[in-house]
Design a binder for this molecule. Structure first.
Ligand SMILES: Nc1nc2c(c(=O)[nH]1)N[C@H]1C(S)=C(S)[C@@H](COP(=O)(O)O)O[C@H]1N2
Ligand SMILES: [Mo]
Length: 200
């Protein structure tokens, strides 16, 4: 008897093929922060683009809210081994942000900065077409614990690259490591290649 394809094939929405090596499924949304949640009211928040030490563009909350919006549903992968499927985000893509600034990407390296003093480094190539400044999660404002009002979202890399309470993106001519990358974590953090630690 022939096996009906539908019973053995991949179910849309299921976890098959979507769990990177060493990861397990998580239904909740754990909070991982290096310290207390900073208080970041939207009327005191702004996002600055820097070229090296020099500010090149800045948006207030009202200004960033006027930029083109994109919705993404993506799987996210934390280096502590949880993976959450189908998380729904809305925000301004990195490409739209650069376009709004009238900038051509000037260097191949970016350092993301956050209100709690956190930082994380990214290759420009991992931001182009693959990252957004997330302004909403699951149809609502991002909660303070999860990085509201605005966080970086780089879903194809381990979630430590998705800087919460984002305040700046700094283009640097050479690679400058961020908070966890200086403490032994991988410079890039691709979950499919299990790039967890600097010697992986
Ligand atoms: N500003 C800031 N961003 C951060 C962190 C942090 O401590 N501070 N933790 C990182 C780590 S290690 C992870 S796994 C994710 C966790 O995001 P969540 O708390 O929304 O799950 O945020 C990342 N971004
Ligand atoms: Mo993490």
């Amino acid at each position: 008897m022939a096996v009906t394809r539908g019973f053995t094939g991949r179910r849309p929405g299921g976890p098959e093929g979507r769990l990177p090596p060493g990861q397990h499924l998580e239904a909740g949304f754990p909070v991982l922060s290096m310290g207390p949640t900073p208080v970041v009211p939207t009327d005191r928040w702004s996002l600055t683009l820097k070229l090296g030490p020099r500010p090149a563009a800045r948006w207030t909350w009202a200004e960033v809210s006027e930029l083109p919006r994109t919705r993404w549903t993506r799987d996210i992968h934390c280096v502590t081994t949880w993976t959450k499927l189908d998380t729904a985000w809305e925000g301004v893509t990195f490409d739209d942000l650069l376009r709004a600034a009238g900038l051509e990407a000037p260097t191949p390296f970016v350092l993301a900065h956050s209100a709690d003093g956190y930082s994380t480094n990214l290759d420009l190539a991992d931001l182009q077409g693959r990252a957004m400044i997330a302004l909403a999660y699951d149809g609502e404002s991002i909660s303070p614990e999860h990085g509201g009002p605005a966080r970086l979202l780089v879903p194809h890399l381990y979630f430590w690259k998705s800087a919460k309470w984002l305040t700046g993106l700094q283009f640097t001519p050479r690679e400058e490591l961020g908070f966890w990358e200086l403490r032994g974590y991988h410079r890039r953090g691709d979950p499919w290649a299990e790039e967890r630690f600097s010697d992986d």
